[in-house]
Structure formats: C-alpha cells, structure tokens
Design a protein around this ligand. Structure first.
Ligand SMILES: [Zn+2]
Length: 273
C-alpha cells in the first residue's frame, strides 16, 4: 500500500498549548520529533498541521504552524486557521498568498468561535478558497472543552453553506461526532462535502465497546453514501493516538479498496498532494 496521509494533526511545542493535557493523558510527549517518528513508524508519509488552541482559547498563530512544517523534512503541510474577524480573515488570506502551494487548506473552528459557518465575515475566505481550489475544514460536533457551542458546530449548519457554495470543498472534521448520520447525509448529498475521522477517541470506561460502536457508525455511513470516496483519515494528534485511529480504519466492515481511499487516495485528490 502507498503511504498513508494524516489530514488532521496538531502541534505547538509550547507550554501554554491547551492540548497538553490530552497529550499527557495519552502518554505522548507531543513534540515534532515524536510526531515525525510516529508517522514514520506507521508509514504515514504526509500530514496536515493545524493550529492547536492555546490556554485562553486563541489558536496558535498560523506563522508558528508554518515554521513547524518547515522543520518537518517535507512531511507536514500547513492548514491556516481563520478566526471570525475581518482583520483575521485578511491576515489569513495574505499569509496563504505569501505561502502559495505550501498552504493546503483553511480551518474554521465552529463551536469555539462566536460565528456560524454562514457568518458573512467568512465570505472573503470562501471566495478565495473557491478560486484557489483550497478546501476549508470545519470543526463539527463535540467540542474539546465544556464551553463549546454545539448549536454552531452541528454538522447540519453546513448544509445551507454547501447549497450556496457548490464550488467550495468542505471537510467536516470529526465526522460531526456524535451526529454521524447527519454527516453521512451531507457527504452523500453534496458533491464537494467530505468528512474526516479524526479525534473520535476519548478513552475511559467502555473504550473497547465505544471503538466497536464507532467502527459500526462509520461503516454504516459508507453503506449509506454508497462508497468511501468522501471519507478522510486523520488522527487529531495528540487528542487521539495514531494506533487508535488506524485500528478504527482496520475495523471498518468495508472493502479493502475503500480503506485505501480513506487512508490516502481521497486526501491526495482533495488536497492535491
Ligand atoms: Zn483538531
């Protein structure tokens, strides 16, 4: 099999990274060295790096994400996080323009920010993403902190945006967890809507049963959507360990060619890797 692509990973190497507690819980050092060596061990050839949240809620500056990617031997490519303020949108597009071909996508943190997918503040972003053929990732579903806004991170909030913007490639992160069926419908209905399977494991009691339940949910989404063309592998490191998400794909009750699509073929096509 060709090398796997991890379309959703985080890193900062900073003490004020709000994901440090997830890293500790998973027994991870959460460093660039650890991430790259783990990727090599699991034959993950490339990864997309997204800004993690810092203590206080703001995301790691995109410039730092780009700098980390530059230290990765070409294994990591940046995704630019876009916050809902005109100044932020302008800065993000400028950075993308300065780093053309290096930047592979944008990310909107639904549920963490005081804006919905259809907020007009994102209009420029969507225009630019459409014209450059760059996908936009949306956080959907459960939030990592109890203060998240589920009404704004619900995957069905993306249906109207997809209707309005048929040219925009949208990726719904975390499969809208726990609204898997809603996401199955969205990826079935819209030609340019995809979902990633990152960050679905949280451990705890019934972890094994939960993993079986997840595999069943994702498999059923494949049956409903009549194929796995719209599903993309991602770990959400350090929230989920590489081994856990790879085991999830292995446990899907779908054909081997569909697993290949999930593990790398879809990401290659969607992100132009
Ligand atoms: Zn994430």
């Amino acid at each position: 099999m060709q090398e796997i692509i991890d379309a959703h990973t985080h890193l900062s190497e900073r003490g004020d990274d709000a994901l440090n507690r997830f890293a500790r819980k998973n027994g991870l050092r959460y460093t660039l060295d650890e991430l790259l060596s783990t990727m090599r061990r699991y034959k993950i050839g490339r990864g997309l790096l997204l800004s993690p949240p810092l203590q206080g809620g703001a995301p790691l500056p995109n410039e730092e994400v780009i700098r980390l990617c530059m230290r990765s031997d070409g294994m990591l490519a940046p995704v630019i996080t876009v916050e809902p303020a005109l100044k932020e949108v302008r800065a993000a597009l400028k950075l993308a323009e300065e780093n053309r071909r290096v930047v592979k996508a944008f990310k909107v943190r639904l549920g963490y920010v005081k804006a919905s997918a259809e907020s007009p503040v994102f209009d420029w972003l969507y225009d630019y993403a459409e014209s450059e053929g760059l996908p936009v990732l949306f956080h959907t579903g459960d939030t990592a902190f109890s203060t998240g806004d589920l009404a704004r991170s619900h995957p069905l909030t993306l249906d109207r945006l997809a209707n309005k913007r048929e040219e925009l490639t949208m990726i719904l992160c975390h499969f809208g967890n726990p609204w898997f069926e809603d996401v199955a419908e969205l990826i079935y209905k819209h030609p340019n809507v995809y979902a990633d399977i990152s960050g679905l494991f949280t451990g705890g009691a019934y972890a094994e049963k939960y993993a079986e339940w997840l595999a069943k949910k994702i498999s059923e989404a494949v049956y409903f959507a009549a194929g796995a063309e719209k599903i993309i592998f991602g770990t959400d490191y350090p929230i989920t360990k590489h081994s856990e998400t790879l085991a999830l794909v292995k446990g899907l009750e779908v054909d081997e060619p569909d697993k290949e699509k999930i593990l790398h073929l879809n990401a290659e096509r969607v992100f132009g890797l």
